[in-house]
Design a protein around this ligand. Structure first.
Ligand SMILES: NC(=O)c1ccc[n+]([C@@H]2O[C@H](COP(=O)([O-])OP(=O)(O)OC[C@H]3O[C@@H](n4cnc5c(N)ncnc54)[C@H](OP(=O)(O)O)[C@@H]3O)[C@@H](O)[C@H]2O)c1
Length: 368
């Protein structure tokens, strides 16, 4: 076994815990095929990486879309493992890793490559885009954060280019906190996972009012996150636009559509003021005849794993533990699925049928 010092005079601590040769994974054997539980090898961490024993992994809409549609070539090779949210324990350190020790509890965003995905019992992550889980939240709560917050962060703060964002000053940069005080923002889908994190980021960036569309049973909940006004998401387009106008007469320069269905995109684009930016989480479906050169549309890619968002991701993960520990960023409410990885396919079906409201489904891979 490989050993490392913690500090001079301290006891030796193991650099690596015993690691099985084999794990269980949820495998999509063929494009648009069925999920099965299969034995699979355990990868070794390379330089700068750690191996994580996943205690909790969260489900996201992209996971059912990949299964149902072979989605947008997100997954290039089959058999494929999906899942991109993990919270767990560091069990081995790759060369050069000093940020974490074996036994640390960490959370991170996975990626659509079998080595980095999270519907499995062990996964690999670069230490620079992972963070320690603070004591005030559980593994389950931590697993709800990575993809959702990444999408809020890239949408608001990444450069205004394809896959980027509205190019606001990140809240952790000098002058970033509260910078947009007095400026309105409209967030479509405030009770969705992405919507919940985007409301909280908008609050920390100073936006006010923060107007969001939800089902009325989520009104009080999204106000605990920072929404100042809610609008019933089932109202017609013209009613939603009229409700926004009743709340503010200021030009709305930032509109974030966390839902990004064709129907929400059209209203969101109309609400966006001239000179403003509409952030989408799915590709634009705004009809050509409605487009004007005076409003920007950006479809954000909510991943800190891709090279274009890596630097932003490193900054996010340098600040994330503290943001959560302080209670400034709250995790999504959680529902735990039964049967470990085997419970995931049913959970994805429920998401596909639009049966999940205001919470994140989480599975425990070690209970498979
Ligand atoms: N581009 C990217 O990188 C990226 C990253 C993450 C997610 N996404 C996409 O973003 C979307 C949201 O993902 P998510 O994980 O946040 O979803 P989610 O949490 O599973 O979404 C469920 C929520 O959607 C809300 N909702 C559904 N239709 C709505 C509508 N017409 N108006 C307002 N709210 C509506 C529901 O609100 P109520 O219960 O209050 O009605 C429910 O709380 C998905 O399409 C996902 O694929 C993209």
């Amino acid at each position: 076994m490989d050993y490392a010092w913690t500090f001079p005079g301290a006891l030796f601590i193991p650099r690596n815990m015993p690691i099985p040769n084999e794990q269980k994974v949820l495998l999509l054997k063929t494009e648009r095929g069925d999920f099965t539980i299969e034995p699979y090898g355990v990868d070794k961490p390379g330089p700068g990486e750690v191996l994580v024993r996943i205690e909790s992994t969260a489900l996201n809409p992209v996971d059912w879309k990949i299964k149902a549609w072979g989605y947008l070539h997100t997954v290039k090779e089959y058999p494929a493992i999906v899942g991109t949210d993990a919270a767990g324990v560091v069990v081995a350190l790759g060369e050069g890793v000093t940020k974490f020790a074996v036994g640390d509890k960490i959370f991170h965003q996975g990626y659509f490559a079998n080595r980095l995905a999270t519907f499995k019992q062990y996964t690999i992550i670069s230490a620079e885009i992972a963070a320690k889980i603070p004591d005030n939240i559980t593994f389950d709560q931590a697993a709800t954060i990575p993809l959702g917050i990444a999408t809020g962060v890239t949408g608001l703060y990444a450069q205004a280019r394809e896959g980027g964002g509205a190019e606001l000053t990140p809240l952790w940069k000098p002058g970033g906190r509260g910078k947009y005080a007095g400026q309105p923002i409209v967030i479509f889908g405030g009770s969705s996972s992405v919507g919940q994190y985007t409301i909280q980021l908008a609050r920390l960036s100073g936006f006010s009012p923060i107007i969001t569309t939800v089902s009325p049973h989520n009104n009080d909940f999204v106000k605990t996150l920072g929404a100042t006004h809610t609008i019933d998401r089932r109202l017609s387009s013209s009613e939603i636009i009229a409700e926004v106008k009743k709340i503010t007469s200021e030009p709305i320069k930032i509109v974030y559509d966390a839902i990004s269905l064709g129907s929400t995109q059209e209203i969101a684009y109309e609400i966006t003021a001239s000179g403003g930016t509409l952030v989408l989480t799915l590709p634009s479906e705004v009809p050509d005849e409605k487009l004007t050169p005076y409003k920007k549309i950006v479809f954000t890619l909510g991943s800190v794993q891709v090279p274009e968002h890596r630097a932003l991701g490193i900054e996010l993960y340098q600040n994330l533990t503290q943001l959560v520990a302080s209670g400034e960023i709250k995790p999504n409410p959680v529902e735990i699925l039964p049967d470990g990885l085997a419970g995931i396919p049913d959970g994805l079906e429920r998401m596909k049928k639009d049966l999940i409201s205001g919470k994140k489904l989480v599975a425990h891979p070690q209970e498979t």
